[in-house]
Write a protein that binds this ligand. Structure first.
Ligand code: NDP
Length: 278
């Protein structure tokens, strides 16, 4: 019997994870299945238990359950603790191990796929939700020179800056969008969910330093309003979150199977099926 894995979320039908993990399994010749499980909004723990009792070995967790997965995990990795959320569950007997691979997924996409050096750079992180928290300390631990978190609800940005300072990172500031004028950044990451609704965070045009990379965490939407705005206002390069998605999946695959799949062919294949960044 092949080992069973799944992604669990609500909604989950749109998830590319089953396709990505099937590619990884083919490439690495691992005998496994990977399915998508729709959990009722009030039935996450029950759905996890049912999968585990049926012999499941591990799960990826997507919206809106990453916090609940954190609470359900009996043992958590340091990076899950830092993120305050779990996207990777591993079942070992009765133990549930919680991990978070989103942060390393973004770092690998930036450094390895996009060849962007984070050390010493000025970074603007838009948004202060779960995705922002998951990437905050991984970014800072790569030596970024300065990191500004901008959010509609400024208190949430301040809370994230507080987490960073408590972890020993001083070069962090929190702002409302209105207070961004006059600052320029080498990397601007949009971790808000505004793009999913076809919108744009209210950015001043001068935030992109010469040579800047604009990174949209959402994926599969072609050139979003944020990426278009970036291109029109001086960003030299644009990227979406497809690489991050595949890299976080590869890290989960490695946690479960102890083998690292090659990601670039999978990113290329998936990108060819999605609306292009024009
Ligand atoms: P959350 O719901 O936790 O956070 C949403 C953020 O968007 C908050 O900062 C919120 O601000 C902001 N926001 C929402 N609406 C508006 C608006 N109208 N104007 C300004 N700001 C707004 O979502 P997540 O952090 O979990 O996810 C965010 C994005 O990241 C999604 O697009 C998701 O698809 C993507 N993502 C991509 C991954 C990948 O692998 N590529 C992995 C994880 C996430 P406020 O605090 O003021 O409400």
């Amino acid at each position: 019997m092949p080992d069973r894995y799944a992604v669990i979320g609500n909604p989950v039908a749109h998830s590319r994870s089953p396709w990505i993990h099937a590619e990884f399994a083919r490439q690495t010749k691992q005998d496994l299945t990977y399915e998508a499980i729709l959990a009722p909004l009030d039935g996450f723990a029950r759905a996890v238990d049912a999968f585990r009792e049926a012999g499941g070995k591990g799960m990826n967790v997507t919206l809106p359950f990453k916090q609940e997965a954190f609470d359900l995990s009996g043992v958590r990795t340091p990076r899950a603790e830092q993120a305050g959320a779990v996207n990777t569950l591993t079942f070992e007997g009765q133990r549930i191990l919680g991990d978070n691979t989103d942060g390393i997924g973004l770092i690998r996409d930036l450094e390895e796929n996009l060849e962007f050096t984070l050390d010493g750079r000025r970074v603007l992180l838009l948004g202060a939700g779960g995705a922002a928290r998951g990437v905050l300390l991984p970014l800072l631990s790569r030596g970024v020179g300065r990191l500004v978190i901008a959010n509609r609800t400024v208190s949430r940005a301040e809370a994230l800056a507080g987490i960073a300072r408590a972890a020993g990172f001083e070069a962090v500031a929190a702002r409302g969008y209105g207070a961004l004028s006059g600052e320029a950044f080498d990397l601007v990451i949009n971790s808000t969910s505004v793009s999913l609704a076809g919108g744009l965070p209210p950015l001043p045009p001068g935030v992109f330093a010469p040579g800047a990379l604009a990174y949209e965490m959402a994926y599969g939407m072609g050139t979003t309003p944020f990426l278009r705005f970036a291109r029109e206002n001086g960003a030299a390069r644009i990227a979406d979150g497809l690489g991050m998605l595949v890299e976080q999946a590869a890290e989960s695959f490695q946690v479960w199977r102890g083998i690292r799949p090659a990601t670039q062919p999978v990113i290329r294949k998936l990108a060819a099926e999605l609306p292009p960044l024009d």
